[in-house]
Design a protein around this ligand. Structure first.
Ligand SMILES: O=C(O)CCC(=O)C(=O)O
Length: 281
């Protein structure tokens, strides 16, 4: 899987009545990377901070890898489609029990020991900023290839490749094939009053691979509120909620408009990563 320093992130920002900027903290682009279609938010909203980097400690990466590689195998898991009437062809599904209770508890404890910081918004060109109108929550980021591989083995049979429908069944195989998970794991923590406003997720590319789907892993069942909410792209009038439950995994196309709804009570913990795809012709 890609290494952090080689990844670039492409953010295609969207405007509309219910939409906020496309935001992602997948990776910080470096100087040899190409960032396309970035937009700078109004200066008044920005407060550049020297944070937003992954935890670079080897111990942290080893610890998260060790929790997931030593956890009990979840066996054969069933996926359930999340029906979005306005996007019938979109990929959006959940899988229960991808993480065991014990793994969730250990991951929460580890993340708390390492410490959370304010979740920033990546606006491109390596700039991460605090934008409280878009996002209010905390995060801890760590890169772990072994953890990503372990998680990928649990869900990969459910993740579709992206091959043009019209060409399926006619011997054509060109398209984007799911190749693994982004090793950058973003631990998210929401306290009462926290949220992540409606947005679409950014794609990033590395080594010929590009992310196209978002993966959320819920580490606990949040108290009240805090759903991951999908919104109708046109006017936001219709919504479908996924309620966080310990061990539940949610996979969906980056392009789907969604939000982390306001948390009313309790604390919500989740891990966010992405499915990487490689092009085959
Ligand atoms: O916390 C959530 O439920 C959603 C998080 C999210 O939208 C994201 O990380 O892109």
């Amino acid at each position: 899987m890609p290494h952090t320093g080689e990844r670039s992130e492409i953010e295609q920002l969207t405007t509309g009545p219910a939409m906020q900027r496309e935001v992602s903290d997948a990776a910080l682009p470096t100087t040899d990377q190409t960032v396309e279609e970035t937009t700078t938010p109004e200066q008044g909203q920005l407060a550049s901070l020297p944070t937003g980097q992954a935890d670079s400690s080897d111990d942290a990466a080893r610890a998260v890898g060790s929790i997931l590689t030593h956890g009990s195998s979840p066996g054969r898991l069933a996926a359930r489609r999340v029906e979005l009437p306005w996007a019938p062809d979109a990929t959006c599904f959940t899988i229960e029990h991808v993480l065991s209770d014990d793994e969730c508890e250990q991951l929460i404890a580890l993340s708390e020991r390492r410490g959370y910081e304010l979740a920033l918004v990546n606006v491109g060109n390596g700039v991460q900023v605090a934008m409280s109108d878009v996002r209010r929550s905390s995060r801890w980021m760590v890169d772990s290839e072994s953890a990503a591989d372990s998680l990928w083995r649990r869900i990969e049979r459910h993740v579709p490749d992206v091959v043009a429908k019209s060409r399926r069944g006619k011997g054509a195989t060109a398209g984007w094939y799911a190749s693994g998970l982004n090793e950058r794991l973003r631990f998210l923590k929401y306290s009462p009053g926290d949220y992540f406003a409606p947005h679409q997720d950014g794609t990033f590319e590395a080594k010929g691979q590009a992310s196209q789907m978002t993966v959320m892993l819920y580490l606990n069942s949040a108290g009240k509120g805090g759903e991951t909410k999908f919104l109708n792209d046109w006017d936001g009038s219709k919504t479908v909620n996924v309620v966080p439950r310990r061990g539940l995994c949610l996979v969906f196309d980056h392009r789907l408009l969604h939000e982390g709804a306001l948390l009313l009570e309790g604390v919500k913990y989740a891990v966010r990563t992405d499915v990487m795809f490689e092009r085959r012709s």
